[in-house]
Design a protein around this ligand. Structure first.
Ligand code: FAD
Length: 461
């Protein structure tokens, strides 16, 4: 048995990498971990966490407006972008410290360096100009925004990375993309007072989500004043003399201060030395793995966004825990990607788990669709014209709830709990015999007794 410097070496200190390294070290393994930028990775440094802080910041104007209906008079209001950025940065630095501390306490060796593969057991620590060997290597290098380099003027545009560090808040922004990152940032910027346009090539924002959620959110965003251009694409971006940007689209032109591209994320596999170890990647550059996050090279594993399975933090963490169970606890555990509850932190939010009506209709012969649309109680006195939509998709054959979708306040929080019920295989009858919590919006989920309509062989009846 050859001897190695480490039992486990992890490349990438994000959600999946830190979890693998910390837990393996706490099990007494000798662990090293390399991070080329900041510990915490995309989620903590320039993803989920700063994004959610921005979401909170952007909601205040609506809170101020709503308060009037409840008797409040709110005085002079002003917003200081720099103050928000400074507060956000301070919080991110605190979290980064916690991630490092967790690794140190568990006994992992931390390397602040880019790492690349030299062979199936050897890693080059580029910044430190040294190599280390390991029995197992986990690649958890995540992904990066697709720069969309074919677009003339792409270099004048920002991605979500830069959106977290803009010197000043722009007066106007065009966001290209129809995924959750594009949609969330459109809501954030609009909420902060930026004139916001979203451009997306598809027929409706948020492909693969349930149609009701997509349409409902589209309408809510438009009603707030966000402009949404569908079936349209950017052709060209150039700089005007006054510093603003001239944008040519298929269907028109626009002058804006900032253009943000949110057109998908690419796995960070370029220059990683994968070919030195013979690690297989797919046509998108994602590392190919099996259900245990094993690559085709027995000593090399890959997890998180770099494998392009489901790009979410809890998924990367779950994949890391399955790796630990399988490799270090003698309990082979395949990754379970079924029924992942998730949220879009738009305003209103979307919370969802399971199949959309469209996907379920392709899979099951007969469905019962329970759908409620109502004005949330808070909106009565505030006068806000927002609607909440709740929807349960039930397989008529066995009464199992196979999809649950909510558009409305705190939908993300509700989706987490709905995730448990779907994972447990609950039927509509289980929902029916659950007592409501009154008065809440969520009680609607257990009081929709009669199907709104049925889908039989793909047709609404
Ligand atoms: P990452 O967290 O990306 O970590 C990879 C790390 O590896 C990085 O720190 C990187 O610097 C480092 N690295 C790369 N190459 C090397 C190298 N060669 N050597 C050393 N280090 C290297 N997910 C959610 O679940 N909920 C959300 O609300 C959400 N919001 C998001 C918002 C935005 C704007 C973005 C961009 C993402 C969001 N995500 C969200 C997705 C989530 O951030 C990712 O799924 C998650 O971070 C993936 O974890 P990971 O460990 O695979 O990679």
């Amino acid at each position: 048995m050859p001897s190695f410097d480490y039992d486990l070496f992890v490349i990438g200190g994000g959600s999946g990498g830190v979890r693998s390294a910390r837990v393996a070290a706490s099990l007494g393994k000798k662990v090293g971990i390399a991070e080329e930028y900041r510990f915490g990775g995309t989620c903590v440094i320039r993803g989920c966490v700063p994004k959610k802080l921005f979401v909170y910041a952007s909601q205040y104007p609506e809170h101020f407006e709503d308060s009037a209906g409840y008797g409040w008079t709110v005085g002079e209001k002003s917003f200081d972008w720099k103050k928000l950025i400074a507060a956000k940065d301070k919080e991110i630095t605190r979290l980064e410290g916690l991630y490092r501390k967790g690794l140190e306490t568990a006994g992992a060796d931390i390397f602040e360096s880019r790492a690349e593969l030299v062979d199936a057991h050897t890693v080059l620590l580029k910044g430190l100009d040294r190599t280390v060997t390991a029995e197992r290597i986990v690649i958890a290098v995540g992904g990066a925004p697709n720069p969309h380099a074919a677009l003339p003027g792409y270099e004048l545009c920002i991605s979500s990375n830069e959106a977290f560090h803009l010197e000043t808040l722009p007066k106007s922004i065009l966001i290209a993309g129809g995924g959750y990152i594009a949609v969330e940032f459109a809501n954030i910027f609009h909420g902060l007072g930026v004139e916001t346009t979203l451009i997306y090539r598809g027929q409706e924002i948020l492909s693969r989500f349930d149609q009701d959620m997509r349409r409902g959110l589209h309408e809510a965003m438009t009603a707030k004043g966000i402009r949404i251009l569908l079936q349209d694409v950017l052709q060209d971006v150039s700089r005007n003399e006054d510093g603003s940007l001239a944008v040519t689209m298929n269907n028109g032109n626009l002058q804006v201060e900032t253009v943000m591209l949110a057109l998908g994320r690419d796995p960070n596999t370029k220059g990683l030395g994968l070919e030195n170890a013979g690690v297989q990647i797919d046509e998108r550059g994602a590392i190919v793995v099996d259900a245990y996050s094993r690559t085709n090279v027995p000593s090399v594993f890959a997890l998180g966004d770099v494998t392009d399975r489901v790009q979410l933090t809890p998924v990367a963490i779950h994949e890391a825990m399955c790796f630990i169970e399988t490799e270090y606890r003698g309990n082979p555990t395949p990754v379970d990607h079924d029924l992942i509850a998730t949220a879009v932190f738009s305003q209103p939010e979307i919370g969802t788990v399971g199949l959309s009506e469209e996907a379920a209709a392709k899979k099951y012969g007969e469905l019962e669709i329970y759908r409620a649309q109502f004005r949330p109680m808070k909106a009565t006195l505030s006068g806000r014209q927002e609607r909440t939509i709740m929807k349960l998709i039930v397989n008529a054959a066995d009464r199992k709830v196979v999809g649950a979708h909510i558009l409305g306040h705190e939908a993300g929080e509700m989706a987490q709990l709905l995730g448990i019920t779907l994972k447990a295989g609950c039927t509509k009858d289980d929902f029916d015999r659950t007592m409501a919590v009154h008065p809440t919006a969520a009680e609607e989920l257990v009081t929709m007794y009669v199907p709104s309509y049925r889908i039989r062989n793909g047709e609404r009846v």
